[in-house]
Design a protein around this ligand. Structure first.
Ligand code: HEM
Length: 466
C-alpha cells in the first residue's frame, strides 16, 4: 500500500517529461528480459538506439536530475581503484595495473603457468568426485579466483581454507545482488524505493547494506595481505601485485601521485571481483551447454584427442590448432552474454555521439547484448551455434561483433587473462571428462538468473572420466 502510494507520487513528480515506470529490455538466449528499474534506466525522456561502428548499439538517455540514488550506495567505493574511478586516478591506476600484470607474466608463460596449475587442481577435484553429481559453480569460482590470488597476493588458497571460502561466498553475494534478487513489494522494487526515499533507505537494513558489508570483508582481507607483505619486507625480486605496488609507492615522486594504500586496496578488489566471477560464470555456462549439446561436446573431445593427445600441458597457443574448440569457447561467451549491460558511464561534458547531442551528466549504458545478439551479424543469434566462428572449411574466424569485453578506453582490463583462462580450463576439463546430467535428470534450464552477471540456474552434473 505504502509502496503503491509512493509509486503514484513518484510518477506525478517525474511527469510529464517521463513515461512513468518504464524498463530496459534486453535479450539473452532464447528470451527477452526487462530490468524493473523504472526510469533509472532512462528510457524515459529520450531513448535512442544508436548504431556505433556498425555493430555496437548503445542505449542512451537523459537522466532526471534526481535519479540514480541507488548508485549512491556504492559511493564509498567510487573515486578509487579502477572500475568505478574516473579521470586522473583511473588513468594512473589502470595504467599501473596493466603494466604490472605484464611484468607478472600476462601474455607470457608466467601467468599461463598459474592458469595451467589451477586447471590441474580443478581436474583433480572433479576426478575425486568419481562421477557423483556436483554443482560445478563453486569449484569453478574457487579455481579461477586462485589465479588472481596468485597474481595479487603471491599465493593460492587450498579447498579446505574456510576464510577463503567465506570470502568467495561474499564475493558471489556482491556479484549476484542483482536486480531480480532484490526483494519486491507488491508494486515497487527495492531500487525503486531507493529512488523515492533515498534518505530513509540508506538508513534501513537490506541487501544493499549487506553488499557493502561484504565489500568491507573483501577490503579487510586485502589489507591483511598487504600487512603481511610489509611485515615480510621487500623481496629482492618483486613477486606479486602487492610487491610492485608497495615498491612504486616508495619510489614515486610526483605531486599528483594517486599511489597510496587506499587505491592499492580498491585496485586489488577490482581485479579480484572483475576477474573471478566473470570467467567462472562463463565456464559454468560452458559446461551447461556441453551437457545440453552432447554432440558438440563429442566433437570438441575428438579434436582435443587428435591434436593434443592425453597428456600434453595445454597452452593458450594451442587454440590455433584447435579451431572447433576455439569456436565453441567463443560461442559460449557470445551466447551466455554474462555482462549483458555494461557499466554505466557518465558524460563529463556536453558532447555529440554519432550526430546525437548528449548533455553533460547523461548516462550511457553499453548494451553489450545488442552486439552479441545482433541479427545482422549472426546467422542464428538465438541459438547456440559454434558455426558462427567457423568458415566453410572449418577454420576459426574472428567476428567484429564479438564484444563481450566491451570496447574503447574502458575495455576489460583482464581480457587477455580471461581468454587464456577460458581456453585452458575448458580444454583441460573436456579432455579429462565427459560431462552429463545425473541419472534420472532429463532436462536442464539454459535460461539465466539475473544478477550482477547473468548466471545459469543452479544445476548438477556428473564428470565421467574418459
Ligand atoms: C569472461 C571474463 C570477463 C568478462 C566477460 C569481462 C567483461 C568486462 C566488461 C564488459 C567490462 C566493462 C567495460 C566497460 O566499462 O565498458 C570489464 C571491466 C573490467 N574488467 Fe573484465 N571481464 C572478464 C574478466 C576479467 C578479468 C580476468 C579481470 C582481471 C584481471 C578483469 C578486470 C576488469 C577490470 C579491472 C575492469 C575495469 C576496467 C576500467 O574501468 O578501466 N575482467 N570487464
Amino acid at each position: 500500500m505504502v509502496s503503491c502510494v509512493a509509486e503514484k507520487w513518484w510518477k506525478s513528480r517525474t511527469q510529464p517529461n517521463s513515461l512513468s515506470w518504464t524498463s530496459l529490455s534486453f535479450t539473452v538466449g532464447s528470451s527477452s528480459h526487462s530490468l524493473p528499474f523504472g526510469n533509472i534506466f532512462l528510457l524515459a525522456q529520450l531513448h535512442l538506439e544508436i548504431q556505433c561502428a556498425s555493430v555496437f548499439n548503445l542505449a542512451v538517455g537523459f537522466i532526471p536530475p534526481t535519479t540514480l540514488e541507488i548508485f549512491k550506495v556504492s559511493l564509498p567505493l567510487m573515486h578509487a581503484g579502477i572500475m568505478l574511478a574516473t579521470g586522473h586516478t583511473w588513468k594512473q591506476q589502470r595504467r599501473f595495473a596493466l603494466r604490472t600484470l605484464r611484468n607478472l607474466g600476462l601474455g607470457k608463460r608466467g601467468l599461463e603457468y598459474r592458469v595451467q596449475e589451477e586447471a590441474h587442481y580443478l581436474v583433480d577435484f572433479f576426478a575425486s568426485m568419481k562421477g557423483k553429481p556436483v554443482n560445478p559453480a563453486f569449484p569453478l569460482v574457487h579455481s579461477v579466483s586462485n589465479v588472481i590470488c596468485a597474481v595479487v597476493f603471491g599465493h593460492r588458497f587450498s579447498r579446505e581454507d574456510e576464510a577463503f571460502h567465506d570470502l568467495i561466498k561474499r564475493m558471489l553475494y556482491l556479484g549476484n545482488t542483482g536486480i531480480d534478487r532484490l526483494p519486491r513489494t507488491s508494486c515497487v522494487s527495492l531500487p525503486q524505493l531507493y529512488e523515492i526515499f533515498p534518505w530513509l533507505m540508506s538508513r534501513l537494513p537490506g541487501p544493499h547494506k549487506k553488499a557493502l558489508a561484504c565489500y568491507d570483508v573483501l577490503s579487510n582481507f586485502t589489507r591483511r595481505e598487504i600487512r603481511m607483505h610489509t611485515e615480510r619486507g621487500a623481496p629482492e625480486e618483486l613477486q606479486d601485485f602487492i610487491d610492485f605496488y608497495l615498491d612504486h609507492i616508495e619510489k614515486v615522486n610526483e605531486p599528483r601521485s594517486t599511489y597510496n594504500e587506499d587505491n592499492m586496496v580498491y585496485s586489488i578488489n577490482d581485479l579480484f571481483l572483475g576477474g573471478s566471477e566473470t570467467s567462472s560464470t562463463t565456464l559454468n555456462w560452458g559446461l551447461l551447454y556441453m551437457v545440453a549439446n552432447p554432440d558438440i561436446q563429442e566433437k570438441v573431445q575428438k579434436e582435443l584427442d587428435a591434436v593434443l593427445g592425453p597428456s600434453k600441458v595445454i597452452c593458450y597457443e594451442d587454440r590455433r590448432e584447435l579451431p572447433y574448440t576455439n569456436a565453441v569457447i567463443h560461442e559460449i561467451q557470445r551466447f551466455s552474454n554474462i555482462i549483458s549491460v555494461g557499466m554505466p558511464r557518465v558524460c563529463v561534458r556536453n558532447t555529440t555521439l554519432l550526430g546525437f547531442p548528449l548533455k553533460k551528466g547523461t548516462i550511457v549504458l553499453p548494451n553489450i547484448a545488442s552486439s552479441l545478439y545482433d541479427p545482422e551479424q549472426w546467422e542464428t543469434p538465438r541459438q547456440f551455434n559454434p558455426g558462427h566462428f567457423l568458415d566453410k572449411d572449418g577454420n576459426f574466424v574472428a567476428q567484429e561483433a564479438f564484444l563481450p569485453f566491451s570496447i574503447g578506453h574502458r575495455v576489460c582490463l583482464g581480457e587477455h587473462l580471461a581468454r587464456t583462462e577460458l581456453f585452458i580450463f575448458f580444454a583441460s576439463l573436456l579432455r579429462a571428462f565427459t560431462f552429463c546430467l545425473p541419472e534420472g535428470v532429463t532436462q536442464v534450464s539454459t535460461e539465466p538468473v539475473m544478477g550482477g552477471t547473468l548466471q545459469p540456474h543452479p544445476y548438477r552434473l556428473c564428470a565421467i572420466p574418459r
